[in-house]
Ligand binder design. Structure first.
Ligand SMILES: [Zn+2]
Length: 232
């Protein structure tokens, strides 16, 4: 719901009170809104006008549910709750970035809240504030340098995303976030350009946010393992 509403004017998270079908404007009933299940039971079509429901809804619901499951399996309950806030925020900003090429501040705020809670519960607070400030400072520097060479190559939303993720994963975690995000982004770029049968033109824009989000989430889950692997 937030992925649809946040970037659109005339909508707020609380208004309209009930969701409506964007095609026929019919109010949705509670049983049209059950995550994952409604999409399958309605056969991906609006109950009222039979127009297709974008597969994005199904993917978002499946990803959110899967991340909650993973969090609750690999973490103790209090950390898992903080991690669910982080993973929800990451999914939120990723799908808005894919569609609109922007990362909303409200999504950044959700991730910041989750990351802060995570660090406090994990005993990394307040040291983590210094680490996040260093990451944020370096990223702002990189933002200005990168955009001097190529305009719009690195969005300020990406800077904010890395900054708030660092509140949970610290400096070393941020390095893994950037490394994993860049590798997956390059692989995705190669696959997309191969599928299109040509090199993507210079004008083709690929948002970096979703890749940083994925890198950040993997880094959050596997930080102890990754640190061990590199002897850190
Ligand atoms: Zn409809």
């Amino acid at each position: 719901m937030l992925i649809f509403r946040l970037p659109r004017s005339g909508y707020t998270p609380l208004r309209p009170r009930r969701s409506i079908c964007p095609d026929c404007s019919h109010e949705l009933a509670w049983n049209d809104n059950i995550p994952v299940l409604s999409y399958i039971l309605l056969k991906a079509r609006c109950r009222y006008c039979k127009k297709p429901i974008p597969v994005r809804y199904f993917i978002v619901e499946l990803l959110t549910g899967s991340s909650f499951l993973v969090n609750s399996i690999v973490m103790r309950p209090s950390l898992a709750i903080a991690a669910c806030l982080i993973s929800s925020g990451l999914i939120l900003v990723s799908f808005i970035d894919l569609e609109h090429f922007l990362i909303p501040d409200s999504g950044i705020a959700v991730i910041a809240a989750g990351s802060l809670a995570w660090s406090i519960l994990a005993g990394a607070f307040p040291r983590i504030l210094i680490e996040a400030a260093i990451v944020f400072g370096l990223m702002i520097l990189f933002f200005f340098v990168a955009n001097r060479f190529k305009k719009d190559s690195f969005g300020f939303g990406d800077v904010e995303l890395l900054g708030v993720l660092a509140l949970a994963t610290g400096i070393i975690g941020t390095l893994f976030t950037i490394m994993i995000g860049s590798i997956v982004a390059l692989a995705a770029y190669a696959i997309v350009s191969r599928a299109q049968g040509k090199k993507l033109s210079k004008e083709t824009r690929i948002p970096f946010g979703p890749f940083l989000a994925l890198g950040g989430y993997i880094s959050l889950l596997l930080l102890p393992v990754l640190k061990n692997l590199y002897g850190l």
